[in-house]
Design a protein. Structure first.
Length: 291
């Protein structure tokens, strides 16, 4: 009996070691999930690591995990179009679909029909990518508020069911003229991923946590422009690194020297190692996490 117990302990220890190796593999390339054994594709922790690195890894997860809300949310936050790999009931889930279209407006095409006719969902999709209009329900393509969101994009307007005056694309030179912008407009513009526009926002909006987080989630490199307060904010920095590992170079020096944060960043993407301060780069635990 003692021998059986000892053998089980060894088996459990071996599996834990294998799991840690699997975590590292997924953090480096989430799509590696497609080449692993079925038992790992059905392991929620392994799949979570994979979809955080690449949302499209959801396609290779076990069927039951494609119906797991937490897993699907992580996937669509990384890549909105991963929604197409989710179970039908989650493609009809408001929270999941909103997360998907905020990351990529064109994910609207994979939402359930009812949500493609939901004005809140469609507006969020259009604010991220105005060309998502073609995936909205016909009645919303004829809605004046909806069409008003896309009126600056002539290409998207071909899908509108209303005749509206067409405007030219928002020219680069006009991006600086936003001194009177509202918070709602600021959230829309930073969500589109133009990291440079953050630097031209009014001071009160540049100091707004929600605006800063939305900016770095849309484009991690926005961390360069959000100011020292947010560059020293662990939550903001990690969100930026999840979106674009190169953003770590813009984190405050104190955070790039923070072993715990460096470990988190490296686990998100091993390329973050190159931007860490010399101290963490010489730390054995950090080095092992990066290899």
């Amino acid at each position: 009996m003692a021998q059986v117990h000892k053998a089980l302990q060894h088996a459990s220890a071996d599996r834990q070691i294998n799991k840690e190796m699997m975590f590292k593999r997924m953090r480096q390339n989430g799509l590696a999930l497609r080449g692993v054994a079925p038992e790992w594709r059905a392991d929620e922790e392994v799949v979570l690591e994979a979809v955080r690195q690449n949302g499209d890894a959801l396609e290779h997860a076990a069927q039951e995990l494609r119906a797991e809300k937490e897993v699907v949310l992580e996937a669509v936050r990384q890549n909105g179009r991963a929604l197409q790999h989710a179970a039908p009931e989650l493609r009809a889930n408001m929270e999941v679909v909103l997360a998907a279209v905020c990351q990529n407006g064109r994910a609207l095409q994979h939402a359930a029909q009812d949500l493609r006719a939901n004005k809140e969902v469609v507006l969020d999709a259009l604010r991220q990518n105005s060309r998502a209009l073609c995936f909205a329900a016909p009645e919303l393509q004829a809605d004046t508020e909806v069409v008003g969101v896309v009126r600056q994009n002539d290409c998207a307007l071909k899908h509108a069911a209303l005749e509206v005056p067409k405007a030219s694309f928002w020219r680069r030179s006009e991006r600086c003229d936003i001194s009177t912008i509202t918070k709602a407009e600021a959230l829309w513009r930073v969500r589109k991923g133009d990291c440079r526009c953050f630097g031209f926002l009014p001071a009160e909006l540049r100091a707004d946590n929600e605006v800063a987080l939305r900016a770095v989630r849309a484009n991690g490199k926005s961390l360069r422009f959000v100011g020292s307060r947010f560059q020293a904010d662990k939550k903001v920095v990690l969100e930026a690194v999840r979106q674009n590992v190169m953003a770590f170079q813009y984190a405050a020096p104190g955070l790039r020297a923070d072993k715990k944060l460096v470990l988190e960043a490296v686990r998100e993407n091993v390329m973050a190692f190159q931007y860490a301060a010399p101290g963490p780069r010489a730390d054995k635990e950090v080095v092992l996490a990066a290899v």
